[in-house]
Write a protein that binds this ligand. Structure first.
Ligand code: Q9C
Ligand code: ZN
Length: 348
């Protein structure tokens, strides 16, 4: 399979996040994507392409126009009041009272369009997020053209996307690359698309985007939200609403989860996707399930990632892998590419 990668991700180096009461160095760094690219090339999985510019339309098919305007202009508005530090939200509506009106001041807007203080905006954030989404869009398009490497593709997206909702950033995410890709596959003619999210954290953004729809089936394996971020979604009882009732499947797992329990839950997700009759799949590929990930509490080992990949051979094709989390910079590349290698070697 081929991969899509853009150097523009380097423009986004958030520097800091608010973690454990401290402004600390951000775990989401440019090095992560470089490690994944290097591992992909080194393993000889396929060719790497630079995405063409497909414009804003596929992004606006998922995200609200006012949120996109905010993302594009946030840095300039922030720079007018603060020159040294990245823009981080510090105040939230928190669901109090009727829906809040969009504030005029950038400080209020940051809270209006964010779910946490882990996702800083710097000068290059919009550019990086835009090209991250373009990687996902280009990889999805290539699968529909049946060109360039066949029925699977890999979008080396950075910043990641699965926490971003239609109108909010969070969890290091600004644009929901996986949701944009799934929606793009729909627009290009796929009747029903599965999104399988195997990042350690619940894909709350992706879930919310497709919550009331049955044309995109969302299944996620993640840390139980009683114990870990994003805390407010990802419980097993969340199954979708309206037309989407039954088209969401959450499989929360406890801290300390190892491969046997993880792979058993994965089989459950694959059964559900099979039963849903999907014609294409987007995999939100996070490898922060790794035993030495600095912000996570699952215990998967290096060799387990190929085992995951082998099992993913059951997914409806074409399959688009979209890179999400994974913060152990020493192993993030080999772990992510381990899934792809297992997939390519997998027996049907
Ligand atoms: N105690 C992704 O993996 N902070 N985002 C967590 C943990 C936010 C992770 C705090 C983590 C976001 C794409
Ligand atoms: Zn994650």
């Amino acid at each position: 399979m081929d991969a899509w990668y853009s150097d523009h991700h380097q423009a986004h180096d958030a520097q800091s996040e608010l973690l454990g009461g401290q402004l600390t160095a951000s775990h989401e760094t440019p090095l992560r994507a470089e490690r994944v690219l290097d591992a992909f090339l080194e393993a000889g999985v396929g060719l790497v392409h630079t995405p063409p510019d497909a414009g804003l339309a596929p992004i606006l098919a998922v995200h609200d126009a006012d949120y996109i305007d905010f993302l594009r202009g946030a840095w300039d508005a922030w720079r007018a009041i603060e020159r040294k530090h990245p823009a981080l939200p510090t105040v939230w509506h928190a669901g109090l009272g009727p829906p809040a009106e969009r504030p005029r001041h950038i400080e209020g807007q940051l809270g209006y369009y964010a779910m946490d203080a882990a996702s800083a905006i710097v000068a290059g954030t919009w550019t990086a997020a835009y090209w991250s989404a373009q990687c996902a869009i280009a990889a999805a398009s290539s699968l529909m053209q049946g060109a360039e490497g066949g029925s699977a593709a890999f979008a080396i997206c950075r910043p990641p996307g699965h926490h971003a909702t239609a109108r909010a950033m969070g969890g290091y995410c600004y644009l929901n690359n996986a949701a944009i890709a799934a929606q793009h596959l729909r627009a290009l003619g796929q009747p029903r698309v599965a999104v399988l999210d195997i990042d350690y954290h619940h894909g709350n953004g992706t879930q919310s985007i497709f919550w009331q729809r049955d044309d995109v089936f969302f299944a996620s394996l993640h840390a139980d939200p009683h114990d870990d971020y994003p805390y407010f979604s990802g419980h097993a009882r969340e199954r979708g609403e309206g037309d989407g009732l039954g088209a969401t499947l959450n499989l929360p797992l406890p801290p300390g989860t190892q491969a046997p329990e993880y792979l058993a839950a994965l089989e459950q997700a694959l059964d559900a996707i099979e039963a849903a009759g999907c014609t294409a799949t987007v995999v939100s590929l996070g490898v922060d399930t790794f035993e030495r990930d600095p912000i996570s509490r699952f215990k998967l080992r290096e060799g387990d990632y190929a085992q995951i990949g082998v099992r993913l051979k059951r997914l409806p094709r074409p399959v688009l892998f979209v890179f999400e989390g994974g913060y152990a910079t020493g192993e993030v590349g080999t772990n992510a590419v381990g899934v792809l290698r297992g997939y390519e070697a997998g027996i049907e």
